[in-house]
Design a protein around this ligand. Structure first.
Ligand code: AKG
Length: 260
C-alpha cells in the first residue's frame, strides 16, 4: 500500500481523481448497505415533499436523527477503517479531518437533470473560486452500494480554471444550461465495491440512473479552514470513541472544533 500511495497521490495530483476497482468485498458492502438503506428509508419518510420534488441527496448520515448507537458506530468504523484511511492519507498525509457524509440517489422525478458544478461555487463568487481551487481541497470518497453510471469529471480542473464553454455551462450563462454535455467530460462508471476519490472543487456531475445509492465521505486537510462546515451531531460522542478502532479522522475534527 505504501508504494501504491505515492502512485495514488500522483494520479490525484495530475487529474484530480482516481478509482480503485473491487476495493471492498461483498461482505463489507452488504453490511454497509444494510445500515445505509435503514437511514435512507427513514429519511425518505421524513422528507416526502423534498424527496419527491427535487432531492438527489441527503446528508448527515452519521448523525443521531435516523440511526441508533450501534449503526452509527458501524459507520464510524467503516469511515475510519484502514482501507479508507490508506486512501485518504495517500492524498492528505498529515491530519486529515472528517467533514460529513452524503448519500446520492436518483431523483424521484426521472426528468430531473443533473448539473455540472464545483462544490466551492455555492460558497464563493467567481473571483474567489479562482483562488479557492488552488488552495487545499475537500475530498469526496464515493462508495457505490449498487452498480451505477457513476460520475462525470473534467480531468485537471482541480487545478485549472474553466474554459469559456465550461464556465458558461456550469454557471448557466450565455444561454447555456448546466446539464449540457462538455467536450472534456470523462464518465467513470462504478460498480458496488469500487471506490472513487475526487476533488470536490473540480468540475463534476453525477450520472443518474440504475436506482443508484452511493455513500460519499467528505474529508478535508486540517490546515484549511473548513471546520464550520461540520455538524457536531455527525461526530462520534465520547461513549462511541472507544468503540472506534482508529478514531484519528474524527479526533482531528473534534480538536479543530475545540479551538473554535
Ligand atoms: O452524484 C451526484 O448527483 C452529484 C455528486 C456531487 O456533486 C458530489 O459528490 O459533490
Amino acid at each position: 500500500m505504501i508504494d501504491n500511495r505515492s502512485q495514488l497521490n500522483s494520479n490525484y495530483d495530475d487529474v484530480g481523481y482516481f478509482v480503485i476497482r473491487n476495493y471492498f468485498n461483498a461482505s463489507e458492502i452488504s453490511s454497509l448497505r444494510k445500515v445505509i438503506l435503514k437511514f435512507h428509508e427513514l429519511w425518505k419518510q421524513d422528507n416526502v415533499n423534498f424527496y419527491q420534488q427535487e432531492a438527489f441527496n441527503s446528508s448527515l448520515i452519521t448523525g443521531s436523527k435516523y440511526l441508533k448507537f450501534d449503526d452509527r458506530v458501524m459507520l464510524f468504523n467503516f469511515i475510519s477503517s484502514k482501507k479508507i484511511m490508506n486512501i485518504v492519507e495517500s492524498v492528505i498525509p498529515a491530519n486529515p479531518a472528517f467533514m460529513n457524509t452524503q448519500l446520492f440517489f436518483d431523483p424521484f422525478n426521472s426528468q430531473q437533470n443533473n448539473f455540472w458544478h464545483r462544490d466551492c461555487q455555492y460558497d464563493h463568487d467567481v473571483e474567489e473560486q479562482k483562488k479557492v481551487i488552488h488552495d487545499t481541497q475537500v475530498l469526496h470518497l464515493r462508495v457505490p452500494l449498487f452498480d451505477e453510471l457513476g460520475m462525470e469529471l473534467i480531468p485537471g480542473t482541480h487545478k485549472r480554471w474553466d474554459s469559456d464553454e465550461e464556465l458558461d455551462v456550469r454557471l448557466e450563462q450565455n444561454r447555456r444550461v448546466s446539464s449540457e454535455s462538455l467536450s472534456k467530460g470523462k464518465k467513470i462508471k462504478l460498480a458496488a465495491g469500487d471506490l472513487l476519490l475526487f476533488s470536490a472543487d473540480m468540475i463534476h456531475r453525477g450520472l443518474y440512473g440504475l436506482d443508484r445509492l452511493a455513500l460519499d465521505i467528505l474529508v478535508f486537510d486540517s490546515a484549511a479552514n473548513f471546520v464550520d462546515y461540520v455538524d457536531d451531531d455527525c461526530l462520534p460522542d465520547i461513549s462511541m470513541l472507544d468503540k472506534i478502532d482508529d478514531p484519528r479522522l474524527f479526533m482531528n475534527t473534534i480538536h479543530l472544533k475545540s479551538k473554535g
